[in-house]
Design a protein around this ligand. Sequence first.
Ligand SMILES: Cc1cc2nc3c(=O)[nH]c(=O)nc-3n(C[C@H](O)[C@H](O)[C@H](O)COP(=O)(O)OP(=O)(O)OC[C@H]3O[C@@H](n4cnc5c(N)ncnc54)[C@H](O)[C@@H]3O)c2cc1C
Length: 311
Amino acid sequence: MPVLRQPLLLLARSGRVKRLVTAMPVSAGIVRSYVPGERTQDAVRATGELVDDHLRVTLDYLGEDTLDAEQADATVQAYLDALAALSARGLTRHAEVSVKLSAVGQAISQQGRKIALENARTICRAARNAGTTVTLDMEDHTTTDATLATLRELRKDFPETGAVLQAYLHRTEADCRALAYEGSRVRLCKGAYDEPAAAAFQSRLDVDRSYVRCLKVLLAGQGYPMIATHDPRMITIASSLASRNGREAGSYEFQMLYGIRPDEQRRLAAAGETVRVYVPYGTEWYGYLMRRLAERPQNLTFFLRSLISKK
Ligand SMILES: Cc1cc2nc3c(=O)[nH]c(=O)nc-3n(C[C@H](O)[C@H](O)[C@H](O)COP(=O)(O)OP(=O)(O)OC[C@H]3O[C@@H](n4cnc5c(N)ncnc54)[C@H](O)[C@@H]3O)c2cc1C
């Protein structure tokens, strides 16, 4: 793992640094390269542009760890607005939404899980009515069991709801086996949080090996794997495992983040693969940005330069 990963993820929790960084307008260089804007219309515009380029989209209204029921309600409303706007533009055939349960109330004490389930249900219902689906993002390992339990509940009424599994967790290969059933949409990513050795592999090599083991399970299984990585090696391995398992294009998909390896996104789509771009938007971009910087500390110089030029 890059040496700077842990300090950057720690900084992500500092209120002072957050105040400094968020004083930058969203258009400031590095933020703008990962987040198309703060408003629903920015997200829908970016979606339209990506769809024109034969890509699919999952929209994420940024925000996490809310302890405030009103804030959770506002997040639900933002998703309903986004789904209505996508529907009005005829984009829901190509665009779904990704939801963090902690943004819709999971972390609120006592009733949090119940509140998050009901809020997620409201979004799933609106997505279904708009002709699309929801994927539940996965957050740090202390929330994995709760998130998978909520997923099971949601899938009773909305079996199309997607799950996310993180290859860096020791438990994930087993979770892949449990979720590789027919109709089950599973996004496999490496994982973006700072996790302890008791829960997660710590070296890049071990995470990559786990990613490949998980790919084998998902691509040999009956579900719909969503291969979320920018790593050229993982993409090549996934492609050959897909053909070895007799999977046709369209029985799985690749996913990448907005602004990361856009040429590769278009290359894969032109080669006939289904490619979905994760598009985050909204004012709460701080935690998301810090995780992206932690993945790629080379971006830090660029980031610091844009920070200083605003002071
Ligand atoms: C669609 C999608 C959804 C995701 N959802 C979740 C989730 O719910 N929960 C979660 O924990 N994580 C999620 N992630 C993040 C994921 O866990 C990784 O942190 C992230 O994708 C980087 O891992 P990688 O597989 O791309 O491999 P890496 O080995 O980190 O990167 C491989 C290559 O990709 C490029 N790259 C990677 N990151 C960057 C960057 N920030 N800037 C520029 N280039 C970069 C570089 O060329 C790098 O060499 C998601 C990722 C994607 C693509």
